[in-house]
Design a protein around this ligand. Structure first.
Ligand code: PMP
Ligand code: GLN
Length: 383
């Protein structure tokens, strides 16, 4: 079956649909997660200097030396794990490519893959591309915790992999050490690979981020994915990476070398400079996002939404049912066309769309004036 046919059930990505509608209706876009402020000057300077210097030909397929070294150093500082930059790190074109390469490189047709719903929109298509069979576990409001019995029930000797995202888009959950230990114990018991998506690891508001790879017996069975886009407000650069032991890295690289072969050279130089940032950069990022979160959460509650305050990420789920719409798609359509604010209908993140029907996702990677303007516009909802 062609890739197009295999991906047909997933239609157009919700981010394209909503961004287009937002543009058509001149709406404030709290849908697709991209900042409306720019990345740091020192990072942009490093990329433009690399262009001027002539770093414009194919770089090493798995990432330029200074970048893989910087990724390994940052990972060691964050997770406590020492990795070899050249053997364990692979640079990809965004975390999106890393996810596809991990699925294509590590999953055999017919293998079962555990997905935690709501899932980021690329996971189901990536598993389908690899011929894997998804087994779903659902996080439920209000606290979106992993249910141990539900998780245990989907694991078996057929479970090749689990994709886990912490901090979690769209719920904003930061999985607790207990929840991650449960995942780890099942992976050890069933010899399962963990593909962990940690793109929001520097947006944790209460407590800290824990990498699954750092738990006992997990390094050898975990591939840790991340990217530059969120942490450095450069989502359009699409520089990502995968970190893992050599056998898993070999799978990722087998796919990567023929998907994209390599990633834009000047942007890799910019990314290498970014990852030299000291702790104060990360502290300021987190505290700025925390205050944007608090502004949006209190504004939405004042408007009558039931808000699920996120522990991490720059997304916030809320329950819209008080406003009387049939489902999330109807609500978001009204929000865009009648109030001029765009958001994401979370049914796109579930294989059974009805599971997301009462929810709406707002992105708060916008300056405070924009968030305040969006809240003003939404005041019409109650009128
Ligand atoms: N994973 C998650 C959970 C995301 O929210 C995103 C958002 N873009 C990605 C992966 C993709 O990252 P990138 O832009 O680096 O491809
Ligand atoms: N990660 C972003 C979000 O969840 C969107 C990325 C994309 O458009 N593919 O909003």
């Amino acid at each position: 079956m062609s890739v197009a046919k295999r991906l047909q059930p997933f239609g157009e990505t919700i981010f394209t649909t909503i961004t287009q509608l937002a543009v058509e209706h001149d709406a404030i876009n709290l849908g697709q997660g991209f900042p409306n402020f720019d990345g740091p000057e020192f990072v942009k300077d490093a990329a433009t200097e690399a262009i001027a210097r002539g770093e414009n030909q194919y770089p090493r397929s798995f990432g330029i030396g200074p970048l893989v070294e910087a990724i390994a150093a940052r990972f060691a500082a964050d997770s406590g794990l020492t990795v070899d930059p050249f053997d364990n790190v692979t640079v990809t074109s965004g975390c999106t490519e890393a996810l596809a390469a991990a699925c294509l490189g590590l999953i055999e047709p017919g293998d079962e893959v555990v997905l935690i719903e709501p899932t980021y929109d690329a996971y189901r298509p990536d598993v389908a591309l690899a011929g894997g069979i998804p087994r779903y576990v659902t996080l439920r409001a209000p606290d979106f915790r992993l249910d141990p019995d539900e998780l245990r029930a989907v694991f078996s000797s057929r479970t090749k992999a689990i994709i886990i995202n912490t901090p979690h888009n769209p719920t904003g959950r930061v999985f607790s050490p207990d929840e991650l230990e449960l995942v780890a114990s099942l992976c050890r018991e069933y010899d399962t690979i963990a593909i962990t998506d940690e793109v929001y690891d520097h947006m944790v508001f209460d407590g800290g981020h824990l990498s699954l790879a750092a738990l006992d017996g997990m390094w050898e069975r975990t591939i840790t994915l991340s990217s530059l886009g969120k942490t450095f407000s450069l989502t359009g650069w699409k520089v990502g990476w995968a970190i893992g032991p050599e056998p898993l890295t070999a799978g990722v690289r087998a796919a990567h070398q023929f998907l994209t072969f390599t990633t834009a050279s000047p942007l890799q130089h910019g990314a290498a400079a970014a990852l030299q940032a000291g702790d104060s950069y990360y502290d300021e990022l987190t505290s700025a996002y925390k205050s944007r979160r608090d502004l949006l959460a209190s504004g939405l509650s004042d408007l009558g939404f039931a808000v699920f305050v996120p522990q991490g990420t720059y997304f916030m789920l809320a329950d819209h049912t008080r406003f009387g719409f049939d489902d999330d798609v109807a609500f978001v359509r009204h929000l865009i066309t009648e109030t001029g604010v765009a958001a994401i209908p979370p049914s796109a993140f579930y294989h059974r769309p009805s599971d997301g029907a009462s929810l709406v996702r707002f992105a708060f990677c916008k300056d405070k004036a924009t968030l305040a303007a969006a809240l003003d516009r939404m005041a019409k909802l109650g009128a």
